[in-house]
Design a binder for this molecule. Sequence first.
Ligand code: GTB
Length: 217
Amino acid sequence: MTPVITAFAASPDRGRGLARDMGVRWACEEVGLDYDVRLVSFAEMKQPAHLARQPFGQIPTYEAGDLMLFESAAILLHIAERHAGLLPADADARARAIVWMFAAVSTIEPPIVEREQTGHAERDAPWYEARLPLLDARVRTRLAALSQRLGDADWLDGDFSAGDLMMVQVLRRLAGEALLAEHGNLAAYVARGEARPAFARAFAAQLAVFTAQSAAH
Ligand code: GTB
């Protein structure tokens, strides 16, 4: 059965693969799982049909028969647990790979998203200039520790895993930012992830949505 994921009909990232369907697409590509995509508009995401899939009115979701999942990290874990290629066979190594998935979304991502959202929502606020260094510092603290741990390794714990996929996708939100470039090993880590053929296929698929949408308007 081919699973169906949901993605933005018109992604605000303009095809840069930063919306969270990208990680799900990438995971499917890594394990060789075909998937279909249901594109949803912002209005549709808030309608009962989509809220039944995703209670917060967001993308992505993942539907396979009677199984309906939301939360991109949980979807990724589900895919990785059922298909070879994203989690090691050894139980302890598997547990460590899952730790990195959690670290990506619960330790590294929050300060990155807070900084990003403050930049969008509070740029004109009187406190913005004073707050920015604090937000940068929080991101720097996390990146410094991550960089230290990664060291000269290609991936966070042995072979490429779902933990690396999630971490690279989180770090991609800092693409082109000095904060990431400050750590050469992290910038190279992201580039290594992006160089994977599965990443390229997933990226092309989401970019095709943006290209088609732009051509239609
Ligand atoms: N924790 C949930 C998950 O991981 O699945 C979060 C899902 C989520 O944030 N979805 C966003 C969404 O549906 C899209 S990905 N937002 C619409 C809404 O909440 O109404 C987040 C995202 C959006 C845009 C960019 N961008 O433009 O660069 C990057 C990331």
